[in-house]
Design a protein around this ligand. Structure first.
Ligand code: ZN
Length: 290
C-alpha cells in the first residue's frame, strides 16, 4: 500500500476566478471492505473500482442529502453492476455476471447495455435517468450522461487496480461568474495528461501541483469515504411487502422460511413463517423505504 496516498479521502478544489471546480478521490480500505465478501474476477473489480470512484466524485458535486446509485445493466456477460454512494460518502458495490467474462475490458462484457443513474434524496421524489451506453470507458459513459441529461460539462479520469481506486473530476458550472474564461479548456487539457500510475500513487496535493502547476488552485479539506451497507431486517421486510403476500406465501410453502442474502455485504437474513405472515396483517403500517 502506498503511504503517500490520501487514503479513503475525497478532496474538493476550485480554480480561482473561474467557473471550474473539481474533486479528487482515493479509495483504499473502503473499496476492499466493500468487495471483501464477493468473489469477482480481478478485471471486474477494477471496473467496479473505477465506477465507485466515479460515484463518490459525482455525489460530492450534488447538494442533495441522500444517495446516488449508478447501475450498468446489460444482456451480456456482465448483467449488472451497481455502485451506491450516500451524501455522507458511504459506499457499497456489487456485480452480477452470467457465464465467463472474456477479455479485460468492460465493453466486451456488455451487450445492449444501459446506464441507469438514480438520485434518491432523503426527502422528496427519486429521480432516475436511463441512457444507452455511449463511450468505450466508464469515464466517457458518465461524461456523456452528464452532458446529455444534465447539461453539465464534466470530465472524469479514473483508475483502479482492483484493490484501490482513484479519480479526478472537473466540472464547469453553468451560469457562474468568471473572469478566467479560458480556464475550462486549459485545465481539461492539463488533466488529460494524467496517467493511471499518477492517479493511483500520488497524494492529492502532489497530483494537483503536478497537473496544474501554473494554475491558481484552492484545495479544500478532505472528507472520509467509508464502506457501509445499508441493508437491515427492516429493508428485508419492506422488500417482502413489495413482493406481495401471494409470492411470500409460496416461498414459505416451498422453503419453510424466507432466506435472503445481501448481494453487497453477504449478510444473511431469515424471516420465518410467523414473521412473514404478520407483515401482511398490519396492511399499510409499514412505509416502503430503500
Ligand atoms: Zn448488506
Amino acid at each position: 500500500m502506498n503511504q503517500d496516498r490520501n487514503q479513503d479521502q475525497l478532496h474538493p478544489f476550485i480554480f480561482e476566478q473561474s467557473a471550474v471546480r473539481g474533486n479528487c478521490v482515493q479509495l483504499d480500505q473502503s473499496l476492499s471492505t466493500a468487495l471483501e465478501h464477493q468473489t469477482l474476477p480481478p478485471a471486474l473489480k477494477k471496473a467496479i473500482g473505477e465506477f465507485t470512484a466515479a460515484s463518490v466524485l459525482l455525489t460530492a458535486t450534488l447538494k442533495m442529502q441522500g444517495k446516488l446509485i449508478l447501475q450498468l445493466q446489460s444482456q451480456g456477460a456482465l448483467q449488472l453492476l451497481v455502485v451506491e454512494c450516500t451524501s455522507g460518502l458511504n459506499i457499497r458495490a456489487t456485480a452480477k455476471v452470467s457465464g465467463e467474462l472474456h477479455g479485460d475490458h468492460l465493453t466486451a462484457w456488455l451487450k445492449q447495455g444501459q446506464l441507469v443513474i438514480t438520485l434518491m434524496p432523503e426527502e422528496g421524489e427519486p429521480y432516475q435517468g436511463i441512457v444507452p451506453l455511449e463511450g468505450d470507458s466508464i469515464a466517457s459513459m458518465l461524461e456523456n450522461y452528464m452532458l446529455r441529461s444534465q447539461q453539465i460539462d464534466t470530465r472524469l479520469w479514473l483508475a483502479s487496480d482492483g484493490e484501490r481506486a482513484s479519480g479526478l473530476l472537473l466540472q464547469k458550472l453553468p451560469q457562474q461568474q468568471e473572469s478566467d474564461l479560458d480556464c475550462w479548456n486549459r485545465v481539461q487539457h492539463l488533466a488529460g495528461t494524467v496517467t493511471d500510475q499518477e492517479l493511483l500513487n500520488l497524494d492529492t496535493v502532489t497530483l494537483l501541483q503536478r497537473l496544474f502547476v501554473e494554475e491558481d488552485v484552492r484545495l479544500f479539506s478532505g472528507r472520509e469515504v467509508q464502506a457501509f451497507c445499508s441493508c437491515s431486517q427492516t429493508s428485508v421486510t419492506n422488500m417482502l411487502q413489495m413482493l406481495g403476500m401471494a409470492e411470500v406465501r409460496s416461498i414459505i410453502e416451498e422453503q419453510g422460511s424466507v432466506q435472503i442474502q445481501c448481494d453487497f455485504c453477504n449478510k444473511h437474513y431469515v424471516v420465518d413463517e410467523q414473521e412473514a405472515l404478520a407483515l401482511f396483517d398490519e396492511d399499510d403500517d409499514h412505509e416502503v423505504t430503500h
